[in-house]
Design a protein around this ligand. Structure first.
Ligand code: ZN
Length: 373
């Protein structure tokens, strides 16, 4: 049994994963959403008997507020909840490759690093399976004729296997160089970046102006924080799920191609894909979409802040589907932005699944659960 729940994490990600038999159910948490949606995660933990409050693994994919802020609260609430955590994967400042000029004050990353570092039990678990070093994909050999080593694989208790699909070393180097920019969204005075950010803000879009945004292209997300995302392939009991965090398209493309070569397949058969970056078109491209064979696509967002998802993402996913297959998009909110997917469904040849009616759009309900057997 494998179930994935996209908790109601507003514009962020909080994925609650369960696997294994009813007696001896195991749990993983991939990101914890922004601070104001923490109560949904808290309520779900409190529904469990204290003895069951355990995550085999908590992954904080990257330092953006919509993924990390809930984890800052969770770790401070851990003792009260009697929550056990087997392992934490997170790339702190100390895990990033050294840079010539380091004078930044990395805020949330510093907070989380401190919370873990000051808790002796938790500190033991940090990036344990990576020898306490960075969670990063080792680069392929410089000599292109030499064999490419396999991607890092971690076996978890209860028969779950994780294959690391990102970040790559250059992604971490870019984060190191731009740490404060990643926290603050952009460096003051960086007009190019400011403009790019502004173009992403749908609330500032002129009503007649779609052409203004035509320059926006598939796979163009260059934000260093997103690029540093820990992205994973989870395999358990014959099911396979791609957990793409907010990863860049080029990183996913490189490592999915590498994994396909490693396994001698042209496409990876998957039971679900958590779309990167809340379904933004900036994080999909043909290169990686054509490496997967999947009909369930998960979208975690209520559309607040960045206006995700993009209907163009659904269009490209549909175009890259293997012949004769239809994509279904599973959204954890029914909101103005996620309804755009529904508007394009008939013409695009895909379908859209929303949470049950009682989970009112934009309000903290149960989120969306997908049971895979
Ligand atoms: Zn995000």
């Amino acid at each position: 049994m494998l179930s994935l729940t996209l908790l109601p994490a507003a514009h962020g990600d909080a994925l609650w994963i369960e696997y294994g038999p009813a007696r001896g159910r195991r749990r993983l948490l991939i990101d914890a959403g922004p601070a104001h949606t923490y109560p949904a995660l808290q309520a779900r933990l409190e529904k469990l008997k204290p003895a069951q409050r355990r995550f085999e693994l908590v992954v904080v994919s990257h330092i953006d507020a919509d993924h990390i802020d809930g984890a800052l609260i969770l770790l401070q609430d851990r003792a009260r909840l009697q929550l056990q955590i087997g392992e934490v994967w997170f790339n702190t400042w100390a895990h990033l490759p050294a840079h010539a000029r380091d004078d930044f004050a990395p805020l949330q990353g510093e907070f989380l690093g401190a919370l873990i570092g000051l808790d002796a039990a938790l500190a033991q678990t940090l990036n344990k399976r990576f020898d306490r070093k960075a969670v990063v994909v080792p680069p392929p050999p410089a000599d292109t004729t030499a064999p490419v080593p396999p991607l890092p694989v971690v076996e978890l208790a209860g028969g779950a296997r994780l294959t690391l699909l990102g970040p790559n070393p250059p992604d971490l180097r870019r984060l190191r160089a731009r740490w404060s920019a990643a926290i603050r969204d952009f460096t003051p005075g960086d007009a190019e970046e400011a403009k790019r950010r502004l173009l992403e803000r749908r609330e500032y879009r002129p009503p007649t102006g779609p052409a203004v945004f035509a320059a926006r292209a598939y796979g163009d997300d260059r934000a260093p924080a997103n690029g540093s995302s820990i992205s994973l392939l989870l395999e358990v009991h014959g099911q396979a799920v791609l957990l793409a965090a907010d990863a860049h398209a080029r990183t996913l493309a490189a490592n999915l191609a590498r994994l396909c070569a490693e396994r001698g397949v042209s496409r990876l058969k998957l039971d679900a894909v958590k779309l990167p970056h809340h379904g933004s078109m900036g994080n999909v491209n043909i290169d990686w979409l054509s490496r997967v064979d999947c009909d369930r696509w998960l979208v975690s967002t209520n559309g607040a802040v960045f206006g995700h998802p993009d209907v163009q993402t659904a269009e490209l996913v549909a175009r890259c589907m293997p012949a004769g297959k239809r994509a279904a998009f599973h959204c954890n909110y029914r909101s103005e932005t996620t309804e755009r997917l529904q508007d394009g469904a008939a013409a695009g040849g895909w379908s859209v699944v929303y949470p049950p009616k009682n989970a009112a759009a934009g309000r903290a309900g149960e989120g969306l659960t997908l049971e895979l057997r």
